[in-house]
Every structure is written in C-alpha cells, then in structure tokens.
Ligand binder design. Structure first.
Ligand code: SAH
Ligand code: SF4
Length: 340
C-alpha cells in the first residue's frame, strides 16, 4: 500500500477483504477509494484463475477442479466434504497442489510422470483454498474450509518456502484464521524438510507416504528413498514427534502382489515399533499408463488385521472419488491428453 502512495492501514483493510470477507472482486472492497480499487484490479489478481475442468463424485461430496494458472499451466485442487457425524462439526477439507508436476517420480503416481514443470507460489497455493472457500461461504457456511491437506500434485517439502508462507497466510488470525493443527503436509520423505517441520512454531500435521517396509522395494516405488532411506526417514519422524507431540500418519498404498503380503505387514510393524503413529491403508488408484493394480479387498483387510493384531493403529481409507480421477495428476493428464 505504501508503494501505491497509500497509508499503511489500507493494507489491513485489503487483508481483511481478501482473507476474512473472501472478496471475489476488488470492486467489492467498499471502504477503499475507487481509484485504489482500479489500481489494484490493474496490478494484482485475486485468486488462482479460471476453472478448466471440474468433476464431481457420484456422492456429490468430493469435487475436483482443474485450475488454470496465469502462465497457462494447470493444477488440481479437490474439496472433500464430510457430513456431520456424532456431534462432530462437518469437515470441509481442501486438498491442494504444491507444484506443477513433481520431480520425485513415484512408480504409481500420475503426477510423477510429468516431472517437475515448476514450483507454485504461495499465492497460487492459497488461491486454491480461496477458490473453494468463496463458494462455500456464498452457500452460507460460516467456517467455509475447516482443513487443508497438501496431498495434491507435487512434493510440498521440495517447495518449502512457498508452502511455509502459504500456511502462515492461511493461519493468520487477522485473516483466514485456519488453525495450524487443521493443516497436514504429506511428503514422500524429504528428511531435511521433516526436520524443518519439527522445528517450526506452527504445529502442522505430518503424513509420510511410506508404501513399503524395506529399502529395496521402496527404492523402486518412491525413488527418493535412495537419497533418504527408511531408517533416516523414521529417525526424522521420531524427532518430529519428540518436538511436536503429534502422531505421524503413514500412508501405504496397497499394490497387488508387491507390498500387500501379511509378511510385509509384520515387517512394517517391526519398523514402526516405538513410534507414535497411525497407518492409513489406501487401495491403489489404478492409473492409465501404469501396470500396477490395487490389492483385492480381502488382501487389504488381511493386511490391516495383521497390523492391528501387533498393535499398530491402522485404518483403511475409504476410496473417495475413484470416479473422478481422484489420484493426484489424473485429471490434469486426461485433459492434457484430450487437448494434444
Ligand atoms: N508428494 C506428496 C504429496 C502428494 S501425493 C506425497 O507423495 O506424499 C498424496 C498421496 O497420494 C501420497 O500418499 C501418494 O503416495 C498418494 N498417491 C499418489 N498416486 C496414487 C495412486 N495412484 N493411488 C493411491 N495413492 C496415490
Ligand atoms: Fe510426487 Fe507425491 Fe506423486 Fe510421488 S506420490 S510423484 S512425491 S506427488
């Protein structure tokens, strides 16, 4: 505001319009001088951009948008609504992307196949949340978005400065006021990034995409494992728990014939012994151009049973939105292929 020749208090006004009132247009900012509103409209944008494609799951509770960025790139953002349950407030989670593409290249992931196209800015990350928040607020929800999870496209801990700034912005009590405890960062296992998270004053949740109980298999599935093997990764998770007191979630996508034997569940339990954690089993989302298949329901339940018997807390994630290209990167690839 100072650079526009405005008094500093204008910044507070604009900030409130952006993150409290969730303005869609500078014209709505009724307590700003009109000339300033026009300058802002010329010099700045208010959000992520246009919607290129949308898909809604049959249950109507999961919606995915393909958002066009200013330079023509596209990213996916998903809204997942969980109706009120047993007195709990209804949850409305936005799953955001942190990069266009991803450099990690996991064997089962549609995003990884593109490689890294570019980093997202903090504004582009926050813009994804605002895109849904504005709409939910217009429908009369007082707290439009209750949770944000970094489980869209990209590896958030390889774009840490922008992710950090985005979380700080969403967390600000003068603005969007989303509690840090309602934010979860999912990582393929960037050890220095987990160490940064452990020391960060904002206590966000940590989810680690583990997917294999031994290094030989994990090297194949999550190539980053060659740089940060399981032992080093679990050491970082222990230090995260020691400094935050928050249990770590391990994601484990069950893939037919690869990582779904009960012997592997026992090995996994061994490795996680002594770590306060929770395992989230996800039957693989099959993607085109990839031969890997999901484990059968029976295998999933047997794997879960084995972990539970040993005392490892473990749930099977309900497959949400399998009908809307829900696995990260699928909608983007499908639209890109249609256009090429
Ligand atoms: N890059 C981060 C966050 C984005 S991916 C990470 O890897 O954790 C979010 C989650 O989706 C990760 O757990 C990832 O392993 C999982 N995932 C990716 N493709 C999948 C697929 N085809 N089926 C099931 N889970 C998948
Ligand atoms: Fe990247 Fe995560 Fe996909 Fe792996 S699973 S390629 S880390 S987005």
């Amino acid at each position: 505001m100072l650079s526009f020749g405005q008094p500093a208090y204008r910044a507070r006004q604009v900030y409130g319009w952006l993150y409290r009132h969730l303005a869609r247009d500078f014209a709505e900012m009724s307590d700003l001088p009109e000339a300033l509103r026009r300058t802002l409209a010329r010099e700045a944008t208010l959000g992520a951009g246009g919607v290129l494609a949308e898909s809604v799951a049959a249950d109507g509770l999961t919606r995915k948008l393909l958002i066009r960025l200013a330079d023509g790139e596209a990213i996916e953002t998903v809204l997942m609504c969980y109706p009120e349950e047993g007195g709990d407030e209804p949850r409305r989670s936005v799953c955001v992307s942190s990069q266009v593409g991803c450099p990690v290249g996991c064997a089962f992931c549609a995003t990884g196949r593109s490689g890294l196209v570019r980093q997202l800015s903090a504004g582009e990350i926050v813009g994804q949340v605002l895109q849904f928040a504005r709409e939910l607020q217009a429908q009369g929800n007082e707290r439009p978005v209750t949770n944000v999870v970094f489980m869209g496209q990209g590896e958030p801990l390889l774009n840490w400065p922008a992710v950090q700034k985005a979380v700080e912005t969403l967390n600000s009590p003068q603005g969007f006021n989303l509690g840090a405890r309602h934010v979860t960062i999912s990582t393929a296992g960037v050890v220095p990034g987990i160490e940064d998270l452990a020391g960060w004053p904002l206590q966000v949740g940590l989810a680690v995409s583990l997917h294999a109980p031994d290094d030989a298999l994990r090297n194949q599935l999550v190539p980053l494992n060659r740089r940060y093997p399981i032992e080093a990764l679990l050491r970082a998770c222990r230090s995260y728990f020691a400094s935050t007191g928050r249990r770590v979630t391990f994601e484990y996508a069950l893939i037919e014939g690869l990582n779904d034997e009960t012997r592997q569940a026992r090995l996994l339990a061994d490795r996680l012994a002594g770590l306060t954690c929770h395992v989230n089993l996800i039957p693989l989302n099959a993607t085109p151009d990839c031969a890997l298949r999901p484990s059968s329901r029976g295998r999933v339940l047997a794997f879960q049973q084995q972990l539970l018997e040993i005392g490892v807390p473990c749930t099977v994630r309900a497959a949400r939105g399998a009908d809307i290209d829900a696995a990260c990167g699928q909608l983007r690839r499908r639209v890109a292929q249609r256009e090429s």
